[in-house]
Design a protein around this ligand. Structure first.
Ligand code: HEM
Ligand code: HEM
Ligand code: HEM
Length: 401
């Protein structure tokens, strides 16, 4: 008797999962980003009720979005991204125009069993309880088709559970019509998992012509260790090494070549940090962000510092005065150090919510070092002015720099 019941249960599960499989409309786009939709029979007949959809794509994507509507404005948008602990965050948003959609707390959505990250793919199986209505109008699930939109952004993993995380603009987007005919049917259950079977995850089409030839899916997002190495090295260089190398000049009796040697070494540390930064920026498609851009400017500007420093030194030896090149060396150096300190804060912000905790600690150290450095600059400029006045009057000490 028990065996008979078991056989019947297995049969029922097989039949229902088979049925569910048949009630899934599927769409795949560039880069292996796929979506599936199921409208349970009850919702299809009454036009009200639950719908189920799946959003899936490679973990090399920063976020993947699906929306009900024919354009951003007025759409119910659902975005998924990595939550930083092996699962996905589902963020329901309100599309209002060509700008980042805002988190929408009125959407009644839940992540279902089978959601998560495995084998390099993020999967969100979603139940939406009030998708028949949204800010832009009403969805008609009794009809045979519906207008939807999709968008995605390859790049750095967001690794956050915050539903209102900042999103970078999409690289791919489009509108499509979903054939509700193939999506309708089945009971009001999660159609993407069936007991005893593999989860039903939409896979990209095997035909390379249909998917993105670049296969962003294979791009590995940079590791935390790399980011930490870059951040730590760059921060130590700009918060400690470079200001100390500049301030050391103001220690009485110090030789100019000590400053020169230390600063060139410090610049080499920055080259190493910048190398890692450039690699990450390319991998994560962040090259047009202000943090890497300011970093590149600093890298270029500081390259000329040893030349200007040496030219100043040569001119000063014969004239005993600062020349134009001296002002360039001194002021470009000072401003670059301060800008680098600020840029570190932008780097932490760019690194996302997981690194946000470092921002306060970094800002405190940067503020202390920045103030100490500025005080040393002001002190030196005032005493240099006094000393040049007394030199003109026949007193005062001058350096041999
Ligand atoms: C930071 C977030 C976002 C920004 C700044 C943004 C910005 C824009 C801009 C400027 C356009 C017009 C130019 C173009 O086609 O590229 C656009 C179009 C579009 N976006 Fe977004 N978007 C964002 C998020 C999303 C999301 C999450 C979706 C999800 C489905 C989406 C779907 C679309 C679609 C389908 C279009 C073409 C249709 C239309 O013009 O509305 N966008 N977006
Ligand atoms: C990447 C390398 C370098 C950086 C970042 C750098 C940075 C700086 C900075 C920020 C100052 C101003 C210090 C202050 O505010 O009190 C300064 C002053 C100075 N640097 Fe450099 N420096 C570098 C290399 C050199 C080299 C190679 C030389 C000489 C051969 C040199 C010679 C000087 C001299 C003589 C001063 C004092 C100028 C004055 O007070 O009129 N520097 N440097
Ligand atoms: C060529 C110059 C630079 C480039 C291309 C660059 C690029 C980057 C990139 C791509 C990230 C990671 C963002 C992410 O994965 O989301 C980052 C993070 C960071 N950068 Fe830079 N950066 C540069 C210069 C600097 C400078 C001058 C500083 C000064 C302190 C700095 C400090 C940081 C910090 C603190 C982080 C956060 C690291 C972490 O959270 O572990 N970077 N940078």
């Amino acid at each position: 008797m028990r065996r008979c019941q078991l056989v019947l249960a297995i049969l029922a599960a097989t039949v229902s999962s088979h049925a569910a499989k048949q009630h899934l409309a599927k769409q795949c786009f560039k880069g292996g980003v796929c979506y599936q939709l199921n409208i349970p029979a009850e919702t299809a007949s009454s036009g009200e009720g639950h719908i189920y959809f799946q959003i899936s794509g490679p973990t090399s994507y920063s976020w993947i979005g699906l929306g009900q509507g024919s354009q951003m404005a007025g759409s119910n948008i659902f975005v998924i991204y990595s939550d930083g602990s092996g699962n996905v965050t589902l963020s329901a948003r309100r599309g209002e125009g060509h700008f980042e959609p805002e988190h929408d707390t009125s959407a009644n959505v839940s992540l279902l069993e089978g959601s998560g990250i495995s084998n390099g793919r993020m999967v969100a199986n979603v139940l939406c309880r009030n998708c028949q209505q949204w800010q832009g109008g009403r969805a008609d699930f009794t009809s045979m088709q519906g207008a939807w939109i999709h968008a995605s952004r390859p790049g750095r993993s967001l690794r956050t559970m915050e539903r209102d995380a900042n999103l970078e603009q999409h690289e791919d987007n489009g509108a499509f019509v979903w054939d509700y005919g193939s999506a309708k049917g089945g009971g009001n259950v999660n159609p993407f998992v069936s007991r005893g079977e593999e989860p039903i995850v939409s896979t990209p089409p095997p035909d390379p012509a249909e998917s993105d030839a670049e296969i962003v899916a294979d791009t590995k997002v940079v590791s935390d260790a790399l980011m930490t190495a870059h951040g730590t090295l760059a921060a130590i260089t700009f918060l400690v090494l470079l200001p100390v190398g500049a301030m050391i000049l103001r220690v009485p009796g110090i030789d100019i070549w000590i400053h020169a040697g230390i600063q060139i070494f410090n610049y080499c540390c920055f080259i190493a940090a910048a190398g890692l930064g450039i690699y990450m920026a390319i991998q994560e498609r962040l090259s047009n962000h202000h943090h890497p851009l300011i970093g590149m400017v600093l890298l270029g500007v500081l390259f000329f510092q040893p030349v200007f420093g040496y030219l100043h030194h040569r001119a000063y030896k014969s004239t005993q005065r600062r020349t134009l090149v001296s002002y360039i060396h001194v002021w470009v150096g000072r401003l670059a150090i301060l800008l680098g300190m600020i840029n570190g804060g932008l780097g932490i912000q760019l690194a996302g919510d997981v690194r946000r905790g470092y921002l306060v600690a970094y800002s405190v150290v940067a503020a202390i070092m920045g103030i100490v450095f500025l005080c040393s600059v002001v002190y030196w400029e005032l005493s240099a002015r006094k000393s040049s006045q007394s030199t003109e009057q026949g007193g005062g000490k001058s350096t041999s720099w």
